[in-house]
Design a binder for this molecule. Sequence first.
Ligand SMILES: CC(C)(COP(=O)(O)OP(=O)(O)OC[C@H]1O[C@@H](n2cnc3c(N)ncnc32)[C@H](O)[C@@H]1OP(=O)(O)O)[C@@H](O)C(=O)NCCC(=O)NCCS
Length: 201
Amino acid sequence: MTDRHEPTPQSWTIELPNVQPELSTSRLVLRAYEQSDAPRITELVSQPDVAATTINIPHPYPDGAASAFIIRVQEHYAGCEGIDWAVCLRGEGQLVGGMSLGFTVAHRRAELGYWIDPARWGSGLATEAARAVVRFGFETLALHKIDAHFMAHNPASGRVIENVGMQREGILRQHVFKWGKPADIIFCGILRSDYHPQSST
Ligand SMILES: CC(C)(COP(=O)(O)OP(=O)(O)OC[C@H]1O[C@@H](n2cnc3c(N)ncnc32)[C@H](O)[C@@H]1OP(=O)(O)O)[C@@H](O)C(=O)NCCC(=O)NCCS
């Protein structure tokens, strides 16, 4: 639907503290990215297995891309456009992935995104981190809805989304091109009214 009116003034806002909140789970700490994370991010997301099922991570991963990414996510936080967390092992602190919420403030909604180091796939880390982010989204930010989408050939991502209580809402057929081939996108979401705190622990 084409709509070229001025956006309606917003009666609802997201207010973020100056310092990005850390989230903790039994095995993980989710914290703000720092420039010193750039080499580790590059090491992890340069792997084809990470890029293959994401829409926005380039492959090969260019020099300087991680540093630019960190600047961009810090700007997003400052502008209340979204929050990105470095997913780190509790204790040793090693960075093993990323989680994000991208806000659409006018609709009280955020999109969840994530990736995990392939060396650690299948041990529940994405689910554990995503549950903490969903809880933060509903309980602290008071969002109305959190959505996520994944490529149909990425069933592990579909499981993570189901694990946090999201429902499938539809398929966008051949909605994106990934590495020269069209791919279906599956859209999912969880409403505030569907959210049960015990399902996100
Ligand atoms: C998707 C991703 C984040 C999952 O990370 P993870 O830490 O392995 O996830 P978890 O261990 O929490 O859960 C994975 C689930 O997928 C399931 N799974 C893994 N491979 C699967 C496959 N080929 N088919 C079906 N299910 C699969 C696991 O059994 C598990 O399900 P369960 O919770 O019912 O046991 C990880 O694969 C990744 O980083 N992929 C690349 C980036 C990406 O695709 N990001 C998402 C973009 S939408």
